[in-house]
Design a protein around this ligand. Structure first.
Ligand code: L34
Length: 295
């Protein structure tokens, strides 16, 4: 039987509706407007697309939102100066520096420079450390989006065998930490596979929930998936352009084949991507409330 398609677009829409109400109330009752700045260095087409999506959503929700574009030859010093300016700006509650950054800029240094209280990406080591001990203020957006998709689609995580493919700092490691917490929507047994894993399929085939963030088109084929598994495809690969010049996207999972075996699966596009953007909005609303002393 073909899998149920888990629509990230739909779930993200529900959460945005909830956020829209919250933003209106914050404005009316407390005169608080969530403020978000997204900093984009250079002209990577994928980054432009994602940042545009973030700005569009922020505006739809009634945020104060700024798009700060910088040339790819900006010095590290200038970028750090810019971050410092937004750290001090009381109208800004969330600062996001879109990754990846050009080679001459030290990404770690940039992430350390963001005030952890404005780190709505959840990438600052303080926030990642807090996540490790179950005390996170801001969960990284993509992993948080994966968890929300599971919760809101009624997928039981407690006691489930979760296998994560990919050990990146922005997806693999944090999603593992989120799902192993002794909390609702978590409490799973989590295995991480990576490029050093000996027999990848022997792990993935055991998964009740398979989360794939490998960064490689169609890395997961049907023979690697257990019958009835829930498959969450985090990959967004640009594999070409249509006649009209629009990017053609595909995930890290061979969707057409795997959907015949899985019980539920996320598509690309329209799966995890829209959830990433929505969790950024949720974190920014939270930060605005924290800064206003409301929580
Ligand atoms: N700092 N850098 C920082 N924070 C992040 O959370 C990200 N990420 C990842 C890359 N760099 C980052 C994103 O924003 C990946 N990512 C992201 C965001 C949105 C989408 C995909 C990845 C998304 O909206 N995807 C759409 C398709 C969009 C398109 O057509 O290009 C989808 O439906 O999957």
């Amino acid at each position: 039987m073909a899998a149920k398609i888990i629509s990230g677009t739909e779930v993200a829409g529900q959460i945005r509706e909830e956020l829209r109400k919250e933003v209106t109330e914050l404005k009316e009752k407390h005169n608080v407007v969530p403020g978000l700045v997204t900093i984009l260095v250079g002209e990577n087409p994928a980054s432009i697309s994602y940042v545009t999506g973030k700005q569009k959503t922020a505006k739809e929700l009634g945020f104060y939102s700024l798009q700060d574009n910088q040339a790819d030859n900006i010095t590290e010093e200038s970028l750090l100066g810019l971050i410092d300016k937004y750290n001090k700006d009381p109208k800004i509650h969330g600062i996001l520096v879109q990754l990846p950054l050009p080679k001459h800029i030290n990404e770690t240094k940039v992430l350390y420079a963001i005030d952890p209280k404005k780190d709505v990406d959840g990438f600052h080591p303080v926030n990642l450390g807090k996540l490790m001990i179950g005390e996170a203020d801001y969960l990284p957006c993509t992993p948080a989006g994966v968890q929300q998709l599971l919760i809101r689609s009624g997928v039981e995580t407690s006691g489930a065998e979760v296998v994560v493919v990919g050990r990146s700092n922005i997806v693999g490691k944090p999603v593992t930490n989120i799902l192993l917490q002794k909390q609702k929507g978590a409490n799973a047994t989590v295995t991480i596979c990576h490029t050093g894993t000996k027999d990848m399929a022997s792990h993935t085939r055991r998964a009740d929930i398979l989360i794939v963030a490998a960064g490689k088109p169609k890395a997961i084929t049907a023979d690697m998936v257990k019958e009835g598994a829930v498959v969450i495809d985090v990959g967004v690969n640009r594999i070409g352009k249509s006649e009209s010049g629009k990017a053609i996207l595909c995930g890290d999972v061979d969707f057409e084949a795997v959907k015949e075996k899985a019980s539920a699966i996320t598509p690309v596009p329209g799966g995890v991507g829209p959830m990433t953007i929505t969790m950024l909005m949720m974190n920014t609303v939270k930060s605005a409330k924290v800064h206003a002393g409301l929580v």
